[in-house]
Design a protein around this ligand. Structure first.
Ligand code: SAH
Length: 341
């Protein structure tokens, strides 16, 4: 028995053919699930009884359990309980351009970035495709809203769960279903080069964000173990290739850590590194956590850094701070829950 929310339309078409029914019936099923949001085979009036029996035998509509929801002004933070009692998080942010959901892709994370709460709890397993799809459906139902943007920036490294993440994107992007435009979906990676290469060949219009966080190899490899496996020079080379091939602008995320990577020298170095690359830099005020000693850069320092990048003609924005009151930095809620246990 499989979870129906993990099936791509093409897979359902194959399934219908296999059980001796017409391929186009898969589309009807898909619309019941994602357009009408019906979560029971009994309510699907245009599918014949025999087929419904087979469907019931093979698929379930099990959902994730919402364990808690923390609300702040424009942010709602969810803790979900999975079937095997693992916990994951998703954060809904209301922007003027729409509702954006930050979803988790793994239970825990193995990347071990020194500033990140998610990595304190090692990876337990990858999320199944349906567990990612359901984060969207359940938040939409709970808040009675439609989600227009999805960012893969919750717990986990999306490119360490490549196949499920790609299936997930195909499901939510399908116009006959949830229909979230590829340009409204952002994959964020700490820089797993072989997977960036692979992703480049998928020919998807999805946005790519790279967690950079340092302007040179020495500092980056101190903050992010992944840089020891894939160095900065190679990362920049592959990003240039990616931009050439896809014609898409890449975002570089840069967390501002007080006294670590936020000096004027760092800014100049970053500007040099990114010169001529078709990209955006997103400066992220660090979300402080009780377990990790790093501090957030001062507003003044962030602005200085910003100005230097601007002067050097780098497209740069400062991320609006969201949800520090509800502990929205990735992994914070799950890690708190573990402590209370
Ligand atoms: N593993 C992926 C996606 C998840 S992390 C990646 O590394 O990109 C999403 C983003 O949040 C990353 O840029 C990460 O470095 C950043 N991040 C982690 N902890 C943070 C914190 N405490 N404050 C602000 N950003 C944080």
């Amino acid at each position: 028995m499989e979870n129906i929310y993990g099936k791509k339309l093409t897979e359902l078409e194959d399934y219908f053919e296999k059980i001796g029914d017409k391929k186009f019936k898969a589309l009807q099923l898909y619309e019941w699930i994602y357009k009408k949001r019906i979560a029971s085979f009994d309510d699907m009036s245009n599918i014949k009884k025999e087929t419904l029996m087979t469907l019931k035998r093979d698929f379930n509509f099990d959902i994730l359990q919402i364990m808690s929801r923390l609300d702040d002004k424009d942010v709602h933070k969810y803790l979900f309980n999975l079937k095997d009692n693992n916990k994951i998080e998703a954060v809904l942010m209301k922007h003027d351009y729409g509702n954006s959901l930050c979803i988790s892709t793994q239970v825990g994370c193995n990347m071990g970035c020194s500033f990140c709460e998610s990595g304190r709890l090692k990876k337990v397993r990858n999320l199944e495709t349906y567990e990612m799809v359901l984060q969207i459906l359940e938040v939409e139902a709970d808040l009675k809203i439609r989600i227009s943007h999805v960012v893969l920036m919750g717990i986990g490294e999306p490119f360490d769960n490549y196949d499920n993440v790609l299936d997930f994107i195909k499901i939510i992007n399908n116009g006959r279903g949830i229909d979230i435009g590829a340009r409204h979906i952002t994959i964020s990676t700490c820089g797993v080069i072989p997977k960036i290469k692979k992703f480049m060949d998928e020919d998807m219009q999805v946005n790519l964000a790279i967690s950079l966080h340092a302007p040179n190899q020495e500092l980056r490899s101190k903050l992010m173990p992944i840089a020891q496996a894939y160095n900065l020079k190679d990362l920049i080379t592959i990003i240039k290739e990616y931009i050439n091939k896809t014609n898409r602008r890449v975002t570089f995320e840069y967390i501002m850590l007080k006294g670590i990577n936020d000096s004027e020298t760092n800014a100049i170095e970053l500007a040099k590194l990114l010169k001529g690359i078709n990209c955006y830099v997103n400066l992220i005020p660090y979300n402080e956590t009780s377990h990790i000693e790093y501090q957030k850069s001062s507003q003044e320092q962030i602005l200085k850094f910003y100005d230097i990048l601007k002067k050097n003609k780098i497209n740069v924005t400062i991320r609006r701070e969201f949800g520090s009151k509800v502990m929205a930095a990735c992994g914070q809620l799950r890690s708190l829950y573990k402590e209370e246990q």
